[in-house]
Design a binder for this molecule. Structure first.
Ligand code: COA
Length: 139
């Protein structure tokens, strides 16, 4: 069977496929409540699909003026190292350059080898001047 070329669409992924792709990529789960509340509040989201299958995604969240955060950058392991991460980041950069005001601060947490991807788009480590800090909500 011939496989279709991946198609990129700037849209918010569905809750189930979003959770499944995060897990397939080795990222921590976001539960159904968190994803159902969070995804519709995205400032921007991009997806790449092969047919209907979600194979890559990325989002921007924040206040739309002062602070933006790049989150949920994920490419399914079957499709990594084929340039899809760069396509996701390019769509995010296009959004930021079009919508983020002068002086806006764009941040992210970069795992594993992801810093090499983000450096291509102008991001730089905050350390040693400052370090990122995080808290995971547990109930
Ligand atoms: C990080 C991730 C999104 C990269 O996606 P990708 O589609 O494989 O990336 P690309 O093919 O577009 O590669 C872009 C650049 O990223 C870097 N990179 C990607 N995979 C890498 C790897 N395994 N080792 C080292 N560098 C890597 C390289 O600099 C690469 O550029 P190059 O091909 O010119 O060397 C993907 O590996 C992934 O989803 N990882 C698991 C989830 C994750 O860690 N997400 C990031 C959370 S911060």
């Amino acid at each position: 069977m011939q496989s279709t070329a991946p198609q990129q669409i700037n849209e918010i992924p569905g809750v189930e496929e979003f959770r499944a792709l995060r897990i397939a990529c080795g990222l921590s789960d976001r539960n159904n409540e968190a994803a159902s509340i969070g995804l519709p509040n995205s400032l921007f989201a991009t997806t790449i699909r092969q047919g209907k299958r979600l194979i890559a995604m990325g989002r921007v969240v924040g206040d739309g003026g002062c602070n933006f955060e790049v989150v949920d950058i994920a490419v399914h392991p079957d499709f990594q190292r084929q340039g899809l991460g760069q396509k996701v980041m390019q769509a995010i950069m296009d959004y930021l350059h079009a919508h983020a005001p002068e002086s806006a601060y764009v941040s992210m947490i970069a795992d594993d080898h992801a810093p090499a991807l983000y450096k291509k788009f102008g991001f730089a480590p905050t350390a040693p001047a400052s370090i990122g800090m995080a808290l995971k909500i547990k109930r």
